[in-house]
Design a protein around this ligand. Sequence first.
Ligand SMILES: [Mg+2]
Length: 112
Amino acid sequence: MHLRAGRLTEAVEQYDRLMHISEFQAWIRARYDDTDRARGPSKTFIWFAEEFGELAHAIGTFEKGEANGDNLREEFADCLAWMCTLANICDVDLEQALQEKYLKDGGPKGTK
Ligand SMILES: [Mg+2]
């Protein structure tokens, strides 16, 4: 009984931490949209590419067994944040795009 209650509590706590991609994209828009739109898509893509490089380095470190979990999570978060930024300034709803490409009708056939 105690275990089940613990699992329920854990599930509720986890649910509280969940968010939709659209919520995160909206948060990025609310916080950064003016500066992001002023910078524009091309320059923003360069920032995104830089973060991609940082993620590549963190993954390389992970593969060598020298993982710094905090840094690896941070770089994944940075890439997603810049992806949301790019989507915002290109007027793309990421959640809609994901639904259409990957979830609707069983998703893409074969590879991504
Ligand atoms: Mg980074």
